[in-house]
Each structure stands twice: as structure tokens, then as C-alpha cells.
Write a protein that binds this ligand. Structure first.
Ligand code: NAP
Length: 290
């Protein structure tokens, strides 16, 4: 049976595709615009798979993509999850693995008051209540790949401008999130579970900058900037609610690291391998900063 991967051209989804193929699975990918996606950057995500056009926000575009599919890796286009869940169930899909975010676990009052918390929870509930018979939710910690936001500045003048350089978080490597998803897709023992997926240790943003400098060989330094300056720049590419959540999280975990997201053993529990460190991520992405 076929496994459908949505978000396959994304940073996490491309690892899901490669890992499923390596496990010998038949993979189909849902792509909004296959012609423009067919470029060198997406070659690893699109080779050896069945490519089908479709948009998660348009349920009627999903019938062909879901035909003959047993399981789905579900990318969090949050507003689209309720309709997708029903469409997938009607199409005979047996299992869906959705990722949302660690704040959905409501570990702190800050997380429960966040802009994304009710949105993540509503998407998770829609899948559990109206979707395929079997489901698993992965709640990843903030991604190590968020450090790619720093690459243009790092390359321009070697300075990474941060509102809260000492904010800490056990950021997760995208390949580990993908590996956890693949485990949940291939093993039926994870039905009905919600896993918080973190990296192996809390790491501050300034420590991340230092790790990238070591891995890339490029001298880099973190410089503290006014949070409002960061907000104005970030709101050009992130929703204001997310920007507010991030600033709140960073200011509080910088002031009190004990309020940071706790480390979990989910990566190792699901995959049998320890979670990758941020140093590992920096080595994998050194070329992005060179
Ligand atoms: N950054 C974090 O720290 C963090 C933490 C927890 C959760 N998250 C969640 O993770 C997501 C980002 O994940 P990522 O970095 O792996 O992805 P990404 O690199 O941003 O890629 C997004 C992928 O989703 C696809 N996509 C977007 N809208 C779609 C739609 N309507 N229908 C079908 N496909 C669609 C894109 O396809 P196209 O090729 O068509 O554009 C692309 O493959 C965010 O949405 C956020 O909710 C992020």
C-alpha cells in the first residue's frame, strides 16, 4: 500500500520521503505545483516517488492523491486539518501521522496562553475525532532549522542579531522529527499517542551561533538587539501571533531557563537512536552558512 507524504518539499517532509524509501515503502507525494517544484533543490524529495498535484486547503483536490493510500504523513496546514481528516477517512485511509508543535502539550501557562495553542489543539482534535481510524500526533520542539533564519546575516557580516541570545530550548533536528514520524507510520503501536519530540539537551541561541561558527569555519558572533526591531523584521515573514509567542518564550526562558521545554526521550523511544545534538545539525548545515 502507498504512503502519502504531504509537505514533501519542506525541510522535514523531504527526510520523511527519503527514510520511507530507504525502508522499502511505496511513497506518493502531494505537491501544490509539481512543475515549479521540479528543480534541483527538490530532487531528493521527488525522485523515486509518485508525484500528485493537490492542495491540503482544497479537499476536492485530494481525491486522486488519496486513492489507494493506507497512511498519510500530514503537514500542519492547521485550518485544513478538519476537512482533510474527513476526506481521508472517507477515502479509506487507515492511519495519519500529524505534527503540530510542543506548545500544544501545554507544559507551562505560557504555552497554554500562546497564540498557537488553541490552533494546534483544534487540529489535533479534528484528526482524532473525525479522521482515519488510527492516528499519532508528534509535537516537535522548535526546529533547529530555525537557525537558517540567521544565514543571510551570518554570510553578510558574521553577526547574528538576536533579541534574546541566552534563550534556551532543546531544539530538534528535522531528520529526527522525520524518523519519529516514519516510526509512527510503520509501527501500529503508536495509535492514539501524542509525543513531544525534542532534541537531547537545552541549548541557548548564543551557543547555537558558536556551534555554527565551529562547524562552518566562519567567524560568527551573536549581538543583542531590541526585541521590537526583531519583531518588525520577523512580521514580514511570520504571522504576528507566532512572532509574539516566540518573543514571549525567548524572554522568559532567558530570564528563567527552568521554564524551558523539558527534554523528552521520544526520539530514542520511537527510533531506537538518540536524538541528534545541535552540533550535529550545525555540521549537517555548515554549507548553508559558508
Ligand atoms: N519552525 C518551528 O520551530 C516549528 C515548530 C513546531 C511546528 N512547526 C510547524 O512546522 C511547519 C514548518 O515545517 P517545515 O519547516 O518542515 O516545512 P517547510 O520547510 O516550511 O515546508 C512547507 C511544506 O509544506 C507544503 N505546503 C504548505 N502549504 C501547503 C498546502 N496548503 N497544501 C499542500 N502542501 C503545502 C509546502 O509545499 P510547496 O512546495 O507547495 O510550498 C512545503 O513542502 C510550520 O507550519 C509550523 O506549523 C514549526
Amino acid at each position: 500500500m502507498t504512503i502519502l507524504v504531504t509537505g514533501a518539499t519542506g525541510k522535514t517532509g523531504r527526510h520523511v520521503v527519503r527514510q520511507l524509501l530507504a525502508a522499502g515503502e511505496e511513497v506518493r507525494v502531494l505537491i501544490r505545483d509539481p512543475e515549479s517544484a521540479a528543480n534541483a533543490e527538490n530532487a531528493d524529495a521527488l525522485s523515486g516517488v509518485d508525484v500528485v498535484r493537490g492542495d491540503l486547503s482544497e479537499p476536492e483536490s485530494l481525491y486522486a492523491a488519496l486513492d489507494g493510500v493506507s497512511s498519510v504523513f500530514l503537514f500542519p496546514v492547521l485550518d485544513a486539518i478538519p476537512a482533510f481528516a474527513e476526506t481521508a477517512k472517507r477515502a479509506g485511509v487507515r492511519k495519519a501521522v500529524l505534527f503540530t508543535g510542543a506548545w500544544a502539550a501545554g507544559h507551562t501557562a505560557r504555552d497554554r496562553a500562546s497564540w498557537v495553542y488553541p490552533r494546534y489543539r483544534a487540529a489535533e482534535a479534528a484528526l482524532a475525532e473525525n479522521g482515519p481510524e488510527r492516528w499519532t500526533v508528534l509535537r516537535p520542539a522548535p526546529f533547529a532549522t530555525n537557525a537558517l533564519w540567521w544565514a543571510p546575516g551570518a554570510r553578510a557580516d558574521g553577526v547574528v542579531r538576536l533579541p534574546h541570545p541566552d534563550a534556551v530550548c532543546p531544539v530538534v533536528h528535522e531528520a529526527d522529527l522525520a524518523a519519529a514520524a516514519v516510526a509512527a507510520l510503520l509501527d501500529d503501536g503508536h495509535h492514539g499517542k501524542r509525543y513531544t519530540v525534542t532534541g537531547p539537551a537545552p541549548v541557548s541561541q548564543a551557543e547555537q551561533v558558536a556551534a555554527i561558527a565551529r562547524a562552518s569555519g566562519r567567524p560568527l558572533r551573536a549581538e543583542r538587539i531590541d526585541p521590537e526591531v526583531w519583531r518588525a523584521g520577523a512580521e514580514r515573514f511570520l504571522r504576528p501571533g507566532i512572532v509574539a509567542d516566540l518573543l514571549n518564550e525567548w524572554s522568559q526562558t532567558e530570564a528563567d531557563p527552568a521554564t524551558a521545554l523539558p527534554v523528552t526521550s521520544c526520539v530514542e523511544d520511537l527510533t531506537g537512536r538518540p536524538a541528534r545534538t545541535f552540533a550535529h545539525w550545525a555540521a549537517d548545515h555548515a554549507a548553508d552558512f559558508s
